[in-house]
Write a protein that binds this ligand. Sequence first.
Ligand code: PXP
Length: 242
Amino acid sequence: MSRKLRLGVNIDHVATVRNARGSGYPDPVRAALLAAQAGADGITAHLREDRRHITDDDIARLAAELTIPLNLEMAATDEMLAIALRHRPHAVCIVPEKREERTTEGGLDAAGQHNHLAPMVSALRDAGCRVSLFIEPDERQLDAALRLGAPVVELHTGRYCELAEDAREAELRRIADAAALAVKAGLEPHAGHGLTFDNVVPIAAIPQVAELNIGHFLIGEAIFEGLAPVVERMRALMDSAR
Ligand code: PXP
């Protein structure tokens, strides 16, 4: 039995539904508090440059009201850095961001962007934030994360999740190898993107992975079952894998 695997619940898409009508509901902060009660270990929110879901006010309220850790996902821009330094969330996950994409499509090129990322990682670390880089599970990106001084890497599970169940083996191995390599190098591996009840167990079973961040599926499924039962069921599936 390995360490308990933490669940970070991403509440972005509660804000997507709210913003579709420009109403005040549903409130992502209310969802975050409910997820915490249901067993989430942390809350993740991505403040995108175009504010298509989470807003600056949501981040301020999450920072003020949450009693569990907040993980702020953000692009590596000066605007986002200033916001992160203002709120000093427990964790900051730096993600690549393209305006035209529907979601975060690939990992961060930590290797290619070393000079741009290095001062950001240092500033966030100096502010007491646990910095994570959202990367593809490959050795070059792990080396880059290490050189940048980020203590955490979040391994992109998007490709694994898109594959048919009988074609996932090689990608699963790539993620497991990257997680093992990360720990060997002194990094804490997290994982996320695209995880559902049907595909989470093999990822949760990778013993080195310390945290999963899951959003879109949980919020969608909450329409049918309610947010608390959905978080509880995901938690139970993750626990069953350990
Ligand atoms: N981790 C990171 C770094 C992400 O960018 C996202 C999507 O915002 C997630 C996890 C959650 O992905 P999903 O919403 O597909 O569960």
